[in-house]
Design a protein around this ligand. Sequence first.
Ligand code: 1GP
Length: 250
Amino acid sequence: MTENKFIYQALLKSISAKEKMLAILIDPDKFSIEKVTDFIAKVETSIATHIFVGGSTVEANVTGYLVSEIKKHTKLPIILFPGDVTQITNEADGMLFLSLISGRNPDYLISKHVKAVSKINNTRLEVISTGYILIENGTETSVERVTKTQPMCRTNIQKIVDTAKAGELLGMKLMYLEAGSGAKEAVSSAIISSVKQVLQIPLIVGGGIKNIKQLEDAYKAGADLVVIGTAFEKDEAFFEELRKLPRVHE
Ligand code: 1GP
């Protein structure tokens, strides 16, 4: 395994230039491969800066093929956002090495990571240690079901802040506030801004963001990178709106 830090360095550079980032999440389980060319052409003309690939339940070997097809059509960094060890593939550029620090299931805090090492050793992926915090959104999410963990209470902001800070103190390089795919309520601005105030590391926010207003609100509250998946699966016209947004935010 080689040590490369291009993706992370570029992320830090964008943050210092006050550029906000947007990752389009492609869930191999919900995405039909025939759509790749058209879909990525739209991603390319939007303000998207990254492509994330992953899902809670994905059949083994599907991810590698999908990533290689996506790669034929874009130079954007493709980053794995794996729900499981089976989703790790050398076809991607990087991987979020997620530890579900909102939960107390040792499998998702460390066990799966140990199992992943032999696979990662055979890749050139840039592996980025990421604290993953699931926040309640009004309905049960697949992350909850699959990981058998409770999300954090959205009104206990201090606990969410302390959890994020604990992750940073443990050496995590990114923090991801997650409301869950298709969430009814996205992570609130109050949570985002409170967490942002205590963190030095970049902040990712995702789950339930469906329109420009919510995207702008997340950026204003302090999200450095926003992840959107479901809104594009449902309505690719959303890409059109994204062409109008400026990349630089004060
Ligand atoms: C899910 O945060 C991501 O893990 C994106 O959520 O699908 O609701 O955009 P959506």
